[in-house]
Every structure is written in structure tokens, then in C-alpha cells.
Design a protein around this ligand. Structure first.
Ligand code: NAD
Ligand code: UDP
Length: 318
């Protein structure tokens, strides 16, 4: 049955793939975005579809829409962008999520929240299971994002308990792919652009910190399955198990680009998590979901995308 679906942050990296996927399934998609980190280019190919509508709006302010499902993705995701205006980041996660829960409460829609592995902070348990409460600095430079997303999860559960709002929480681990922004400072985009330009790859610290990298198509599949699963609230981890040291990622990017770049070691940013690796047994059991694209394979189309972007002169220096 086609549904009317709201995607906040729909013009962002992940959101634009979700718009595409849900339109392909025959749904009507309302893409709501303030274009802070998203872009019209990401959704340009969808605009002629009569089932697609783009709305410029900031979720910090209330809005009245009639929908059956809400994917709440609006929030800057890269440390550079969420720290640019930290107070606004908190407002987006807290006030913005409250506004979207208000829409869900009024319309009876199901709201799926794009939460994050950052709710585990700098974890001391490995791999991270959903039952782990995390190890988060409440007053550091990452707190606006981590604590904002934690409060958003709290709000979902309280709206569910108090008002029976239908909610779902996915905790997304580092996701990459074409349409990442060239200037957002995330490690995959930084390394690829630096490698393509034969500039030094900027390694924070000694590069032994780990991340688990999930290809965007796999993530979107997990999100759609989560929305479709009746009665399952989560939270559920969505990520690609098998954490990779940042230094190893650098080597893989150098090998796949054939770059002559050197490695440049820089100081580690404050509160940068040391180890991060999802336990996805809950996603496997409840959603029958596991990633299918290895990091080796996913880097190919991502590198090709940045290569085209740089060729067109659109990649700003990271
Ligand atoms: P992104 O920055 O590309 O997308 C976020 C989108 O939200 C952008 O289009 C931006 O313009 C929009 N936005 C930001 N604040 C807004 C506001 N106040 N009102 C309306 N729109 C607003 O990031 P992404 O990587 O696509 O991430 C999407 C979601 O997934 C985010 O909520 C992020 O926290 C979550 N997430 C992403 C990752 C990842 O690795 N990419 C990991 C964990 C969680
Ligand atoms: N990182 C790095 N060089 C860069 C950008 C990031 O070594 O040019 C490191 C960063 O310090 C972190 C990891 O790569 O340890 C992932 O960083 P990213 O910003 O992509 O994501 P997050 O820290 O939010 O997981």
C-alpha cells in the first residue's frame, strides 16, 4: 500500500537515498530540509516525480503535515558541521524531534529516529550492544551531538509511554558512499579527496582508533526494514561489524586510488572515540538484516563519485 512519508533531512547524504528508495517503492515522499548540510543537487533527479515534494523548513519550528510515516534524519552528522553551531545542533535534536513527535502524535504516524553510535560515546564495552548505556562526556565538544541524540531517544520513549506514539530507533554507525559532502571533514571523504589530489592523508593521532564503515545502500535497506517491522521499537544497531583502524582505511584508499600521497599525523581531537564496533545480532534476528557490501567494494563507487566531483571542479579542499 503506497503511503505518504515524511523524510526530515531528506536532502542530506543518507536522506536523499531514502527518498529515492521510497519513491521507487511507489510511496509519496515529502522531503523536508533547511539545506544546512544537505543540498538541492542531492534530490535534483527526483523533482520531476509527481509523488515527490521538497519543502524548505527548519524542524526547530513546528509544522503541520498529514503523513503516515516519518523518518527523522534532520541533524548535521559530521563533527565539523555539528560543532559549527553546537547550540543549534542541540535544538535540532531536542526541539526538532519534539516537533516531529508532535506530528506523529497528531496524525498517528510512526516515527523512526536516526540515532547514532555516538550514544555509546567513547565506549568501554566492545563490540557495542544495544543494552550498553554508553560512556559519554556531557560537557565536551561532541556533547551537543551525542547528548542531543540521547535526549531524542528519551523523547521517543516518553512520547511512546505517555501518548502511545508509534516509535522506532535505529543507531547508525559510520556510513559512507557517493553524495557525501566533500567538505564535511569525515574520514572517508577526507582521505579519498586527499588521495585523488596526491595531498597528504591527515591521520588524527596514530591512526589506531577504529570505526566500522557501512555502505549507504545497506544502511537504507536496514532503515526500511525497521520501519516495516510491526511492534519492534528498538533501539537497534545498524552498522558493518568488523572495525577497521583508521590507518588501515588510509592504506585501502591509497591502494584503490593509486595515489602518491604521504601520511600526515595530526593531534587527535578531544573525546574522539578509540574503538567503535557494532554488535548487530539484534538486527539480524529482528530484521533479517546484515550488510552485504564490504569496505573494499564500497570504496570503489565512492572514489568514482569524488573523482567525478573533482573533475567538475566542485570538491572544496578538506
Ligand atoms: P547530512 O548532514 O548529509 O544530512 C542531514 C540533513 O539534515 C541535511 O540535509 C541538513 O540540511 C538537514 N538538517 C540539519 N538540521 C536541520 C534542521 N534543523 N531542520 C531541517 N533540516 C535540517 O548527514 P547524514 O550523514 O545524511 O545523516 C543523516 C542522519 O543520520 C543524521 O540525523 C545523523 O545524525 C544520522 N547518522 C549518520 C551517520 C553517518 O555516518 N552518516 C552516523 C550516525 C547517525
Ligand atoms: N579522522 C582522521 N582524519 C581525518 C578525519 C577524521 O584520522 O581527516 C579520524 C577521526 O579522528 C576519527 C575517525 O577518523 O577517529 C572517524 O572520524 P569521522 O569524523 O569520519 O567520524 P566520527 O568520529 O564521528 O566517527
Amino acid at each position: 500500500m503506497p503511503k505518504r512519508i515524511l523524510i526530515t533531512g531528506g536532502a542530506g547524504f543518507i536522506g536523499s537515498y531514502l527518498c529515492e528508495r521510497l519513491l521507487a517503492e511507489g510511496h509519496e515522499v515529502l522531503c523536508l530540509d533547511n539545506y544546512f548540510t544537505g543540498s538541492k543537487t542531492n534530490i535534483a533527479h527526483l523533482r520531476d516525480n509527481p509523488r515527490f515534494e521538497a519543502i524548505r523548513h527548519d524542524i526547530v519550528h513546528p509544522i503541520y503535515l498529514e503523513v503516515e510515516q516519518i523518518y527523522n534524519l534532520a541533524c548535521p552528522a559530521s563533527p565539523v558541521h555539528y560543532q559549527y553551531n553546537a547550540i543549534k545542533t542541540v535544538k535540532t535534536s531536542v526541539l526538532g524531534t519534539m516537533n516531529m513527535l508532535g506530528v506523529a502524535k497528531r496524525t498517528g504516524a510512526t516515527l523512526l529516529q536516526a540515532s547514532t553510535s555516538e550514544v555509546y560515546g567513547d565506549p568501554v564495552e566492545h563490540p557495542q550492544k544495544e543494552t550498553y548505556w554508553g560512556h559519554v562526556n556531557p560537557i565536551g565538544i561532541r556533547s551537543c551531538y551525542d547528548e542531543g541524540k540521547r535526549v531524542a531517544e528519551t523523547l521517543l520513549m516518553d512520547y511512546h509511554r505517555q501518548h502511545r506514539v508509534k516509535v522506532k530507533i535505529v543507531r547508525i554507525f559510520n556510513t559512507y558512499g557517493p553524495r557525501m559532502q566533500p567538505d564535511d571533514g569525515r574520514v572517508v571523504s577526507n582521505f579519498i579527496i586527499q588521495a585523488l589530489r596526491n595531498q597528504p592523508l591527515t591521520i588524527h593521532g596514530d591512526g589506531r582508533q577504529t570505526r566500522a564503515f557501512c555502505y549507504v545502500d545497506d544502511l537504507v535497506e536496514g532503515m526500511v526494514r525497521m520501519m516495516a517491522k510491526p511492534g519492534f521499537i528498538g533501539p537497534v544497531n545498524l552498522g558493518n561489524p568488523g572495525a577497521v583502524p583508521i590507518l588501515r582505511l588510509a592504506e585501502m584508499v591509497l591502494a584503490q586510488t593509486g595515489s602518491r600521497s604521504e601520511l600526515r599525523f595530526l593531534p587527535r581531537p578531544a573525546d574522539d572515540p578509540v574503538q567503535r564496533d557494532p554488535d548487530i545480532s539484534l538486527a539480524r534476528a529482528e530484521l533479517g538484516w546484515a550488510p552485504s557490501v564490504s569496505l573494499e567494494r564500497g570504496l570503489g563507487p565512492t572514489i568514482a563519485y569524488f573523482d567525478r566531483l573533482l573533475g567538475a571542479g566542485e570538491g572544496k579542499a578538506p
